[in-house]
Design a protein around this ligand. Structure first.
Ligand code: UDX
Length: 475
């Protein structure tokens, strides 16, 4: 009887995209589902598993050892994308993502088929990244409840969701230099075309990104439930409007969600190993250090790196800069000698540990959604230099809507004097008091949302209730 009950426990098959910015919320969602008594099979791409094993120097790598020890039923397995593990997917992004669109669905189909066959009595549901094209087809074929997980702001989701409406109004593909207000999307009062995601613009029409978005957002309209890693209070109108079409639940920020406790496998979550910066950070006065990072994915041009490097030196602030892989070659000659003890350059750090150090006074960020949430969580105001994907749209939220950040280059071409001036503005207590006050308020909003009885907490429980009802109805 006990076994039978265990088998009837709702069981998630979770498949994340291979980017760090997607993996982190997915892993935390798996823990959250596990902590609610659901079973999870978490599926990592084989090359992600390989990279994690290498970075953390663990032979029999398991993402969830602590969770399993503490009694959660979270199983961990892998799926191949058909490429050798050594293939550099980030350097060959276009070729790789074309294949993810074209060939990966058949692999997922086979994987899910085998899983169902080996245990047909599982009450299974699928939790896949919204940006995948295949969930609706696979869920239909295997009669699974289809849960789509969106890891970015609801604003970005809604713009993608309404791509046909954008098209009808001549804003998709959008002319690259067009500056027009869009005020016809339900739940979005107004957004200027310059703040749209670059993959909706003409310059990127020949790349794989718009294809991915069109495919996945046609598919998401068939999802049973959509989870958003955002907070209702931050995007109420957008989320309420989306709810008129489908069941959307704002459950963020999932990475700080309650009940994760000791089960958080934060040490082995990242694809790269951390450099320990604690000693250096602890030697600096409170609020005196600017943290600089452009996330895990986007390439920053040599010109930009050089201007930022000169700008920081001119600003005379302390800084810690994450310069990934080969990008150190782009720094100006003699930069590390000139920065002396004012600066620290490392290839990867534990970002949450750095941001929560009292010496951090500001974050120069590319506006990845995880970085924004982490910065808010640590009450650190931002200076924004968005580069790609959702980042320009996220910037709008940070600078124009929530007023917890400023722009690095104020719409003019990036130059060292302007950078230095803006960095000084962000780091000086007198000119950034307003930003800091707003950042503290935002942190309270996030905190309250995930507390017992907060909006994200309530939404998560409602999702579980609705999911169980749906699974029961399909039984
Ligand atoms: C990608 C997209 O680029 C981003 O726009 C989207 O919102 C999410 O997917 P990424 O560029 O990596 O993500 O940015 P971000 O969302 O900020 O995620 C980066 C993660 O890596 C953060 O959780 C951050 O804490 C972590 N990180 C980054 C580290 O732990 N150490 C580092 O040195 C740098």
């Amino acid at each position: 009887m006990a076994t039978e009950k265990m088998q009837k426990r709702p069981h998630a098959i979770m498949i994340s995209l291979h980017y760090q910015g997607h993996i982190t919320p997915f892993v935390n969602l798996a823990l959250k589902l596990g902590s609610k008594g659901l079973s999870v099979t978490f599926v990592h791409n084989e090359f992600v598993h390989h990279k994690l094993s290498q970075s953390h120097k663990i032979n029999e790598f398991n993402l969830f050892p602590e969770a399993c020890e503490s009694g959660l039923d979270i199983r961990y397995t892998t799926i191949s994308d058909g490429f050798p593990v050594e293939f550099d997917r980030f350097r060959h992004e276009e070729e790789y993502m074309e294949s993810v669109l074209r060939d990966f669905p058949a692999r997922v189909d086979e994987f899910v088929g085998k899983m169902i066959e080996s245990n047909p009595s599982l009450a299974t549901f699928l939790v896949a990244d919204t940006l995948y094209s295949w969930p609706a087809t696979i869920a239909k074929k295997y009669n699974l409840v289809n849960v789509s997980f969106w890891t970015q702001p609801a604003l970005v989701f809604s713009l993608n969701y309404h791509f046909e409406l954008l098209r009808e109004n001549g804003h998709f593909p959008c002319k690259d230099n067009m500056e027009e207000e869009i005020n016809y999307i339900p739940g979005i009062e107004s957004i200027n075309t310059r703040d749209l995601m670059p993959y909706l613009k003409e310059a990127e029409m020949a790349t794989v990104s718009p294809k991915i978005v069109i495919n996945s957002f046609e598919g998401v309209k068939k999802a049973d439930f959509i989870l958003h890693n955002t907070i209702y209070e931050l995007e109420p109108a957008t989320l309420s409007a989306l709810n008129k079409n489908q069941s959307n639940y704002a459950i963020g920020p999932i990475s700080f969600s309650q009940n994760l406790g000791k089960t958080n496998p934060i040490k082995c979550l990242n694809l790269w190993s951390d450099s320990d910066c604690t000693q250096w950070l602890d030697s600096k006065p409170p609020g005196s250090v600017l943290y600089i990072s452009f996330g895990s994915l986007v390439e920053v041009s040599k010109l930009v790196i050089q201007e930022i490097a000169h700008g920081i030196l001119l600003s005379e602030v302390n800084f810690i800069w994450i310069v990934r892989g080969g990008m150190t070659d782009a720094l100006p000659n003699g930069f590390e000698d000139k920065m002396k003890d004012k600066g620290l350059i490392v290839p990867w750090c534990n970002q949450m540990e750095v941001l929560s150090n009292p010496c951090i006074g500001g974050f120069l960020t590319h506006c990845g959604w995880n970085s924004i949430q982490e910065s808010i969580w640590c009450r650190v105001p931002m200076i924004c230099y968005p580069l790609s994907y959702d980042q320009p749209t996220n910037r709008r939220l940070v600078v124009d809507v929530w007023k917890i950040g400023i722009d690095l280059s104020d719409g003019v071409p990036i130059n060292r004097e302007g950078i230095a001036e803006n960095i000084r503005k962000l780091m000086s207590a007198s000119t950034s008091e307003g930003l800091r006050t707003e950042a503290r308020k935002m942190r309270d909003i996030l905190w309250n949302a995930i507390e017992n009885g907060g909006s994200s907490d309530i939404n998560f429980d409602q999702f579980i209730k609705d999911l169980k009802a749906k699974l029961h109805a399909m039984d």
